[in-house]
Design a protein around this ligand. Sequence first.
Ligand code: GDP
Length: 435
Amino acid sequence: MFESLGNRLQDILDNLRKSSTLTEAQVKAAMREIRMALLEADVNFGVAKDFVARVSEKAVGQEVLGNLQAGQQVVKVVHDELIETLGGKAQQPNLKNEGNVFFLVGLQGAGKTTSAGKLASHYKSKGRRVLLVAADTQRPAAREQLRTLGQQVGVPVLEVADHEDPVTTRTRLAEHLQKDYRDLIIVDTAGRLQIDEALMDQLADLKGALSPTETLLVVDAMTGQEALNVAQTFESRIGLSGLIMTKLDGDARGGAALSARFVTGKPIYFAGVSEKLSGLEPFYPDRIAGRILGMGDVLSLIERAQQAEIEATLPKKPGEFDLEDLLTQLRQIRKMGPLGDLLKMIPGMSRMLPSEFNVDEKQIQRIDAMISSMTLKERRNPKIIDGKRRKRIAQGSGVQVQDINRLLKMHEQMKEMMKVMQKMGMGGKGGKMPK
Ligand code: GDP
């Protein structure tokens, strides 16, 4: 997501940055290019126009042109306005101490049920007592999907009956809460492939009966501007408080995410970034703007590390970094998600990696397999791994002896590197990632 838009914008801005003073003509030409880049990324026409107008006004203003480092300042203006377009300050659903009801709506396939499970997991980890409600009165399969997710997350699921009317649902919910107190109810509703009048009526009735505190529309970023047409219809028929935009991990061009705030007037609260239950992130406009402009997103990187409970602890003495340590670290890093994605969060890195760059996850799995085929004694003291042992380990992990040789050599080099790092004071006595 945002990859080609990011590359285009970074190229345009790099050119501006190179010149220490800027003319109005230079800025205007750059703005035309930015507008094109936005439109090609499927950004709504009005949003693109407005964005460029705001940037132009500030960039051509007296305070920038003619100044030293004018190019650098234009970059800052673009960054600031990008944040503004994405929604400004990050917003989250309102939460009271009790009586919170989130009503999830959206088209079939948008990721509504998955998002209900993800939200349950997210809020459960924050100490909320969550109840999921499977409120599709027509599709038992949809209810079953939520039941399974509820089991995975470890929260109860209340299922409506076939063709149950909203008032009965409300009564059954109240009875359920009497027996089992919950402070956050997440309601997964029925969806259709397209906007459907009968469904809209049903949803409006159910909303009326349950009086939700938040009505969240789940939209699929891959459907581009169509997602926003859908949002406008839901807003006018049901009323919305915010959006959850799913599949931001896909190769959508990014237009929907960039246009949503202006087109719908609603904030994006969360972004879906994988199919897994952990794949939901609060939507931070500033971090996303930073990612688009290749400035990296170190905060998200740290958060992922914390989620995976990474303790990137360096051994006390560099000489102690053995293969067992290497294996532990590799596994911890893999918990954080695809390596390519992680690398791109490092400032400047997205520009350095070719677009087809893909960290070879298979290669890492192979290393894991090789080390796993060693005895603990071998891992702790790789020096004892002679020719005979190498052959055995290669057979055990389904690789060639040369691969084992290469791994041992890489490990030696890493050990050397750690010695240097330690001398430079990095990592020190078991330096940890910040908590
Ligand atoms: P619903 O019909 O709206 O309830 O949609 P589902 O929750 O069943 O999701 C439809 C498909 O989209 C499933 O295959 C999900 O795994 C997938 N999906 C949902 N959210 C995301 C996301 O953020 N990223 C990716 N890659 N897939 C997602």
